[in-house]
Design a protein around this ligand. Structure first.
Ligand code: SF4
Length: 363
């Protein structure tokens, strides 16, 4: 079965995640938003906090994005901002730049759908929160189905996206048949995960971690698989495991960005991170001397304050060479592994020279 279009861009790492606001009118106990985003009216393009349309376009270029997933919070609480950003992306990258948006059924109305249609939205995904928080009654299902039908009048692809709550197979199957009956295109079921903000709540509710290597919740996968195996309708049911999000989607997105932002001396790892060698000097004279050697040998490098940034493998060779030649220069050195994001968050530091080795100065 074919994946929903938005998911195809996501898996290839070609989706720009546009977090349009942290504001939300729901209060899901499993909401994974971090403290710095939850309830805050902030905008992020992938991992980068932004304040303008120019920045979102720049980020889309840097990540070689071919589509956008507009999320939050609840984007419909900032409908004009959502449409303004969406239209700007469509104008810049063309009609084929695929756009999907996540929201809840309660905020859907004709006026907002018209605006989204005019801005070029291709796909909408409704999250029926009530089913998973309080349990839904007939009235809520009616509202959900009516809102989905309304969406179908304006947006080409209409789907539903839900968390896979352990032991809710029956409710989810029941939902799936109702959606199928009215022609909803797909049901996306996400594996439930612990996050920094939900850990205590989920533990208090009796959920357990699946294994030692992930933050996924025990039983969530089984529930999703039960639904996909037992559903006999026509609608696409797509299960999205947390490992797919972390290992493939994020990795591909980082690789795409790394290819565009890596300096000549940096090495891109298989995970899409950047490796760089760094030398730190106590005095400028020593730094200049090493810089001169690097220039003589046509080695790519960059000077930032009292540091030299260079290829990590060249740095290792250089240190060996300096030890052999017994240079008398004081410096420390390490290999730094960073995200290819704006903040260049460091994930690992491998020390090479820690004790300010003294090499004898060249005559
Ligand atoms: S609708 Fe989404 S953003 Fe809002 S509280 Fe629920 S999970 Fe969080």
């Amino acid at each position: 079965m074919e994946l929903p279009k938005g998911c195809q861009y996501c898996i290839r790492g070609e989706k720009l995640v546009l977090f349009i606001t942290g504001l939300c009118n729901q209060n899901c106990y499993y909401c994974p938003l971090s403290e710095k985003r939850k309830g805050k009216d902030v905008i992020y393009a992938n991992e980068r906090q932004i304040t303008s349309i120019e920045e979102v376009i720049e980020e889309a270029y840097l990540c070689s994005s071919k589509g956008v997933g507009i999320t939050g919070g609840n984007p419909l609480l900032r409908i004009d901002r959502t449409c303004e950003y969406l239209k700007a992306l469509k104008d810049e990258f063309g009609e084929k730049f695929h756009a999907h948006l996540y929201t809840t059924p309660d905020l859907i109305d004709k006026e907002k759908l018209e605006k989204l249609q005019d801005a070029g939205l291709d796909e909408i995904r409704l999250h029926p929160t009530k089913i998973f928080n309080e349990g839904a009654n007939t009235e809520y299902y009616k509202l959900l189905l009516d809102k989905l039908k309304l969406c179908m009048e304006y947006i080409e692809d209409v789907g539903v996206e839900i968390p896979s709550i352990p032991n809710m197979e029956k409710e989810i199957l029941n939902l799936a048949y109702k959606l199928d009956e009215i022609g909803v295109k797909f049901l996306n079921i996400n594996e439930l995960e612990f996050s920094e903000t939900t850990y205590d709540t989920l533990i208090a509710k009796g959920f357990e971690v699946k294994d030692d290597i992930s933050s996924a919740i025990k039983g969530s996968e089984e529930t999703a698989l039960y639904v996909s195996e037992n559903f006999k309708g026509n609608m696409i049911i797509n299960y999205c495991p947390s490992s797919l999000k972390d290992n493939i989607q994020l990795r591909n997105r980082l690789i795409n960005r790394a290819k565009n932002v890596a300096k000549d001396y940096e090495v891109i790892t298989d995970e899409g991170l950047l490796l760089r060698g760094i030398m730190i000097f106590d005095n400028k004279e020593d730094l200049e001397e090493i810089a001169e050697i690097l220039r003589d040998n046509e080695v790519e490098f960059e000077i930032v304050e009292n540091k030299i940034y260079l290829n990590p493998f060249v740095l290792e060779d250089l240190i060996e060479e300096m030890k052999r030649a017994r240079y008398e220069i004081k410096f420390s050195a390490y290999i730094s592994e960073v995200y290819p994001t704006v903040d260049a968050l460091e994930v690992e530091r491998i020390p090479l020279v820690t004790k300010k080795l003294k090499f004898r100065r060249r005559k």
